[in-house]
Design a protein around this ligand. Structure first.
Ligand SMILES: Nc1nc2c(ncn2[C@@H]2O[C@H](COP(=O)(O)OP(=O)(O)OP(=O)(O)O)[C@@H](O)[C@H]2O)c(=O)[nH]1
Ligand SMILES: [K+]
Ligand SMILES: [Mg+2]
Length: 336
């Protein structure tokens, strides 16, 4: 019997079993077994762990948001609330075993929301489906880190550490350092600002550690050694992250107030549908999308049909979105 069949057998037996004092232990045992099989299912197969691939879900819509969090913080409940997709939610951990996409429609944009399995400490090393979950997170435009408001802050720092360890930088911008390896000429080091954390000597040491002996380095901001290393190593992902504290129906007003004041944080209750509108507003801000409406001469624009682009998009981007031949024949645009 495969694990999936075993799981379904136990689930059936739990459903069959009447809940009362006499069956308490039996049910408890079944649930423990269920959790064990689910955990086994979450162990990555050897081939999957070596490749570190994500779940195979097509990117669609105008932007992608990934839900990252420990098990049972309410990720699936949230997806089912915000989209027309239903994702199974339950009180036991690892209810969700794969990536489930839904769509949030907001201001005329389609935002793809991805429900993912819960991740745990050690996820980056391949514990559970952690590696796959993180691989999906890398492809997102914004990460929602969902946290259980009734649990301590330690969950937040643990998850941050996991993402850090695989090169995901949350709510940080790319360090403003020009770095170019060369064929010869040694290391040329310059800075346009006063450096308080790095010196020429340190930069050289770090570069030698990476076996780089010829390069041009220009610091345009006062970066730390870690940030410099990020630049050398490359392949870092700089990701906006919204910390969402769910289940505030379970804590006191004072505690809610304290969490709500943290930077990049929103407090909600999926159970009582609290503050979800505000979360959407914040999400929209973090996605940094912009709505562009086209209009015919002498007519009003159609505000139900927006072209959604990243902030900073040019008229040329708009042309490409309308038709690929438009930009080359383009003469002028009136922009409001
Ligand atoms: N009190 C309270 N319970 C909630 C809230 N949101 C979700 N829950 C409950 O929390 C439990 C876990 O919810 P899920 O949505 O399955 O959590 P998940 O993060 O998807 O869990 P996994 O898929 O196992 O990682 C369920 O019993 C939900 O009913 C909330 O706002 N308040
Ligand atoms: K759950
Ligand atoms: Mg879930």
């Amino acid at each position: 019997m495969g694990i999936l069949e075993k799981i379904s057998e136990i689930e059936k037996e739990i459903a069959r079993t009447q809940k009362n004092k006499a069956t308490e232990y039996h049910l408890g045992l079944l649930k423990a077994k269920l959790a064990k099989y689910r955990a086994q299912l979450l162990e990555p197969s050897k081939s999957a762990s070596s490749k570190g691939e994500g779940f195979d879900v097509m990117k669609s819509g105008d932007a992608r948001v990934a839900l990252i969090g420990f098990p049972s913080v309410g990720k699936s409940t949230f997806l089912s609330l915000m989209t027309s997709t239903a994702s199974e939610a339950a009180s036991y951990e690892f209810t969700t075993l794969t990536c489930i996409p839904g769509v949030i429609e907001y201001k005329g944009a389609n935002i793809q929301l991805l429900d993912l399995p819960g991740i745990i400490e050690g996820a980056a090393q391949g514990k559970g489906r952690g590696r796959q979950v993180i691989a999906v997170a890398r492809t997102a435009d914004v990460v929602i880190m969902m946290l259980d408001a009734t649990k301590g802050e330690v969950q937040r720092s643990l998850l941050e550490k996991e993402l850090e360890s695989v090169g995901i930088r949350l709510n940080k911008h790319k360090p403003n350092i020009y770095f170019k390896p060369k064929k010869g000429g040694g290391i040329s080091f310059n800075s346009t600002v006063t450096l308080t954390q790095c010196s020429e000597k340190l930069v050289q040491l770090i570069l030698h550690e990476y076996k780089i002996f010829n390069a041009e380095v220009l610091f345009r901001e006062d970066c730390s050694p870690d940030e410099f290393i990020d630049v050398i190593v490359g392949n870092r992902v700089y990701m906006p992250c919204l910390y969402v504290y769910n289940k505030i129906d379970q804590i006191s007003m004072e505690e809610v107030d304290c969490l709500a004041r943290k930077p990049n944080s929103v407090v909600i209750s999926c159970g009582m549908k609290l503050n979800l509108d505000y979360l959407l507003e914040m999400l929209w801000e973090y996605l940094a999308l912009t709505c562009i409406y086209t209009k015919k001469r002498g007519q009003r624009p159609d505000f139900t049909d927006a072209i959604i682009l990243r902030k900073g998009a040019s008229v040329e981007h708009v042309c490409h979105r309308i038709h690929r031949s438009l930009a080359s024949q383009f003469k002028y645009a009136l922009v409001w």
